[in-house]
Design a protein around this ligand. Structure first.
Ligand code: ADP
Length: 525
């Protein structure tokens, strides 16, 4: 998923406590937090789940060398908090705690594990607004969308609480009369869960929910850009009665933490959501100890609008898919393929809709497009846009930084794209809709599949035969037909080709955290 952002976070010696005036006045392109954001910060500080230390073996701890890392508000650059900047030693201790806790957690009954997960779900839902505010504060997405992420994220815990009770094995009819054969499903063991910044809560619950349900214990490494939501979720897990060591959180030096997880023989599974480049590194690194690996990596989603599409449905779906989280999701439409006969009508209707998208601080009323995560993200959008324009693309709307400045970018539409431009090959990960014209269904499918990615694809058509044909022909793990928002806890999320391995969510997501054990009993007659 996503762009390759240089690890912007640099460990420093620990500064005074979070949200102190000292932290607020850190420089770096910063502005004063808006009154709204200040209120939010103060409220969160007294909420009890605003944590800045790592969680190891049920204890909140500083980095051993006392180092910290800044967490910034992407809308202003303001320092929200300084969190522990951890590395190898803390990760190894977190692994040991998870390993010890596995011995008892894996022996809990399914009903007991289910209860803990359900309680965790309840606590997250009870604090939905505040967690949403925390997400907006450190990630930038509009508050309504952030609260939506809390419900979405929590849904994985609720679903996992239910699924925990349905981990069935099998009895196999024996080929020999004196034998009985059966299959047990058992937890894989300690799981290293590495997550990105674009869904600071949901990417954690989508992994940790099924892991805990299966009987695994976890070491979470959230993105250094958005650790506060992860820490808040961990605090709520603790309050829900999840035993010490079952959920651990370390953050800071990503390569060090990643290497420690990979090197450990006690870690039996790595589950990762992030860039394809880092995913490949983790996959290669996991070979050393032959771990199970699940990867949710970058997409390059085509969104195909056929001549026979219902244009209103197509506009609504395209907007939802393209502009959610300001274009910063791995399932965002990255190439909008529009058939010749509907191209002009669609382009003009899309422009009408996009120009009404209100941009601003996620805490402001009516805002639907927040900031990008950081300056590097804006620069990536600019670079890809310049490349496209230099090769003949035309800007229909937007095309530059927003008047609000800093990390805000205008919702943009560009036309006359072809599949050779960088913007068609790489995830733009920003609010830029790119229109590409095609003539035939075969041509659309061939362009859509001409990529190494294979996560999500969308198409819009009212022709029943075509919907089956195209859904089958698209080489993607997820296909939205006349629908732009497809993620749900009950369906399998994941990609093919270089978009990853494994599935998250749904009954299938449980298998990623389970091993099958074949038991053969002899002398039974
Ligand atoms: P993005 O930042 O674009 O979401 P990344 O792949 O860089 O994508 O980051 C996703 C997660 O992977 C983050 O938690 C990040 O800190 C982590 N990460 C980055 N590099 C490594 C690495 N070498 N080993 C382990 N984790 C890493």
């Amino acid at each position: 998923m996503m762009m390759m952002i240089a690890q912007a976070s640099i460990c420093k010696t620990r500064l005074p406590s979070l949200l102190s005036t000292t932290c607020m006045l850190q420089p770096r392109l910063s502005r004063q937090l808006s009154t709204g954001a200040n209120d939010v910060a103060a409220r969160l500080n007294s909420s009890g789940f605003f944590r800045t230390q790592g969680l190891i073996g049920g204890k909140w701890v500083d980095a051993y060398a006392g180092k910290t890392i800044e967490v910034n508000n992407p809308a202003t650059g303001e320092v929200i908090a300084n969190v522990a900047c951890m590395g190898t030693r803390e990760t190894n201790d977190a692994i040991s705690s998870a390993y010890d806790a596995f011995k008892s957690w894996s022996k809990f009954t399914a009903a007991e594990r289910s209860k803990c997960l359900r309680k965790w779900y309840d606590l997250i839902m009870a604090n939905k607004e505040q967690l949403g505010e925390l997400i907006t504060l450190e990630q930038g997405k509009p508050l309504k969308e952030a609260i939506g992420e809390v419900s979405y994220g929590a849904s994985f815990l609720e679903f996992s609480a239910e699924e925990a009770k349905r981990v069935y094995g099998d009895i196999i009819p024996s080929p020999l009369a004196d034998r009985r054969l059966f299959v047990l499903k058992q937890p894989v063991g300690v799981v290293g869960a590495i997550t990105p910044w674009n869904f600071p809560l949901a990417m954690i619950t989508r992994k940790v929910g099924p892991a805990l349900a299966a009987g695994c214990t976890v070491v979470i490494k959230p993105s250094e850009f958005t650790p506060l939501t992860a820490l808040a979720a961990a605090e709520l897990a603790h309050q829900a009665g999840v035993p010490p060591g079952v959920v651990n959180v370390v953050m800071g030096n990503a390569p060090e933490i990643g290497d420690a997880l990979l090197a450990s023989t006690q870690v039996r599974k790595i589950t990762f959501t992030g860039s394809t480049a880092v995913g490949k590194k983790l996959m290669a690194g996991a070979a050393g100890t032959v771990k199970k690996v699940s990867l949710e990596l970058g997409g390059n989603a085509p969104c195909i609008i056929f001549d026979d599409a219902d244009i209103e449905v197509a506009i609504k779906g395209t907007l939802g898919s393209k502009f959610r989280n300001s274009g910063q999701t791995c399932v965002c439409a990255n190439r909008i393929l529009v058939q010749d006969g509907i191209y002009d009508k669609f382009a003009s209707a899309l422009a009408d809709a996009v120009k009404n998208l209100k941009v601003g601080d996620g805490f402001s009323e009516g805002v639907v497009q927040g900031p990008l995560i950081n300056e590097a993200a804006v620069q990536k959008v600019e670079t890809l846009l310049q490349d496209a324009v230099s090769k003949g693309a035309k800007v229909l709307l937007g095309g530059k930084r927003h008047d609000l400045g800093f990390t805000f970018y205008e919702p943009t539409i560009i036309s006359d794209i072809n599949n050779e431009m960088r913007i068609s090959r790489e995830e733009v990960f920003g609010p830029v809709a790119t229109l590409l014209r095609f003539k035939t269904e075969d041509e659309a499918i061939s362009i859509a599949n001409d990529t190494n990615a294979g996560l999500a694809a969308y198409f819009f058509s009212s022709n029943v035969q075509r919907t089956w044909r195209v859904a089958e022909a698209l080489e993607y793990g997820i296909v939205g037909v006349n629908e732009g928002l497809v993620s749900t806890e009950v369906a399998p999320f994941g990609g093919v080709k270089q978009s990853g391995l494994g599935r998250e969510g749904s009954k299938y997501g449980m298998d990623e955290f389970l091993e099958m054990k074949y038991v053969c009993m002899g002398n039974m007659s």
